[in-house]
Design a protein around this ligand. Structure first.
Ligand code: ZN
Ligand code: ZN
Length: 360
């Protein structure tokens, strides 16, 4: 007998899903697996709205299968654990980020880089090892192997902390991996959206002197006053760009629209590193000489492994880092998506799932 998302698993679940490329989200009843012996099941309290969710619901990357329930910045409270779960107990505050599975045996998994495992299972819109689809956090509850469950630090707020599960690790991981985490470094952050504003906070917490690059002067005050960046540069102003030429140890580029990177390579000092974490859909142009002269590096980075994500959450809690959020009820999600498309949010929407999602 053919199964459907409503019946393939024994545990009923409900959430919001997009059913076609219009991306319009509406209530969906589906099912999740029973709690396996290594599984942790938790009630979702908050879920951040990531820009990836917007791409996914409209199938802009061409890999969406409908219905899709997005959300990979989930926090909640444990309601059930399997018989062999060692790290969690009922009542614990926990989170799930972008991954709920990986092969656990490849060379990437062996060194805690599950994010580069070829068999990784992402939190929504992917095929799980049992052949069924994964559903994300715009829903009432989640179940995952305890390996992929993050322990929520005691003093980290649940709502404004939720976006760290994607935006936080996406910016923390490259700062660590590319050695841009040393106090006193001069770092740049390109773009001041969901990722960029967290990148500024992470870099500051590592002790860097931070320069924000934005296409317009409109974000100067909030960069300097609210986010405590040290400098602000309008990237389209050649004179201002000239003033920072050859000064930066590293730059985290969070922009997902196609844009010239030559000006940012010029801003790097010798052996500086430009790390891309935004994903423009068209190739970026790099002149070989802009790298050769000064032995500069252009790199990329994608989220982070589970061990590092836990380390990032603990670091955020210690340094008081959260995202700047606007908490909304789940029936606001379509409006939130429209506003996100226009960058009309400072800087991340977070859905108050537990208080607004009711069974249909
Ligand atoms: Zn994300
Ligand atoms: Zn693997």
């Amino acid at each position: 007998m053919a199964t459907s998302p409503e019946s393939e698993h024994p545990v009923k679940a409900y959430g919001y899903a997009a059913r076609d490329t219009s991306g319009k989200l509406s209530p969906l009843t589906f099912s999740r697996r029973a709690t396996g012996e290594k599984d942790v099941r938790f009630k979702i309290l908050y879920c951040g709205i990531c820009h990836s969710d917007l791409h996914s619901i409209k199938n802009e990357w061409g890999i969406t299968t409908y219905p899709v329930t997005p959300g990979h910045e989930l926090v909640g409270v444990v309601t059930e654990i399997g018989s062999k779960v060692e790290k969690f107990k009922i009542g614990d505050k926990v989170g799930v980020g972008c991954l709920v599975g990986s092969c656990r045996s490849c060379e990437n998994c062996a060194i805690d880089f599950e994010q580069y495992c070829p068999k990784q299972v992402q939190t929504y819109g992917f095929t799980n090892f049992d052949g069924t689809k994964t559903f994300g956090g715009y829903s009432d509850h989640m179940v995952a192997d305890e390996h992929f469950i993050l322990r929520w630090p005691e003093n980290l707020p649940l709502d404004s902390g939720a976006p760290l599960l994607c935006a936080g690790i996406t910016t923390y991981s490259p700062l660590k991996y590319f050695g841009l985490d040393k106090p006193g470094m001069k770092l740049g952050v390109v773009g001041l959206g969901g990722l960029g504003h967290v990148a500024v906070k992470m870099a500051k917490a590592f002790g860097a002197e931070v320069t924000v690059f934005s296409t317009t002067a409109g974000k100067k005050e909030e960069s300097l006053e609210r986010l405590k960046a040290d400098h602000f540069i309008v990237s389209k102003d050649e004179e201002q760009m000239q003033s920072v030429a050859g000064t930066l140890d590293g730059i985290i580029d969070t922009v997902s629209a196609t844009h010239p990177i030559a000006p940012f390579l010029s801003a790097l000092k010798q052996q500086g590193k430009l790390v891309l974490v935004g994903a423009p859909d068209k190739p970026l142009e790099v002149a070989a000489f802009s790298l050769i002269v000064g032995r500069k590096v252009v790199g990329g980075s994608n989220i982070g492994g589970i061990k590092e994500t836990q380390e990032m959450l603990d670091f955020a809690a210690k340094h008081g880092i959260t995202a700047d959020v606007e908490v909304v009820p789940i029936d606001y999600v379509n409006t939130a998506m429209e506003r996100l498309l226009k960058s009309d949010v400072r800087y991340r929407f977070v859905i108050d799932v537990a208080n607004s999602l009711k069974p249909t």
